[in-house]
Design a protein. Structure first.
Length: 118
């Protein structure tokens, strides 16, 4: 089995999955970023398919950018501009070409956290 990457977004302030969050995935090499995928979360806060499927997986450094501002505005959780959190970048490495990597975002209007999930 080849490796792959999944993600999801949970709204910890409301206790619900965060639907409609746009996400971009970049492959990072030194100071170079190359966008390789885009997706939007569904009603379960997940992307419909892995954001990096097995047939495109390569070990390396990646960055997910979560466009949280649109979601936070749409759900009425923020009203003052500029937002404290608008775009949230998470840079991470994937070294095992056979592993399932899962990088979730736990989101609120004034904070976030992440971890390597399963």
């Amino acid at each position: 089995m080849a490796g792959f990457l999944t993600t999801h977004v949970l709204d910890t302030a409301r206790g619900t999955p965060a639907d409609g969050v746009a996400i971009a995935l970049y492959r990072v090499s030194g100071n170079s970023h190359r966008k390789i995928a885009e997706a939007t979360t569904n009603s379960d806060g997940r992307t419909d398919t892995p954001i990096l499927p097995a047939d495109k997986f390569k070990a390396g450094t990646y960055e997910l950018i979560f466009f949280a501002g649109g979601y936070l505005r749409r759900t009425g959780q923020v009203t003052v501009e500029p937002l404290f959190l608008d775009q949230i970048p998470i840079r991470f490495g994937m070294s095992d070409p056979k592993a399932h990597y899962h990088v979730p975002l736990l989101l609120s209007p004034h904070g976030y956290s992440t971890y390597r999930g399963s």
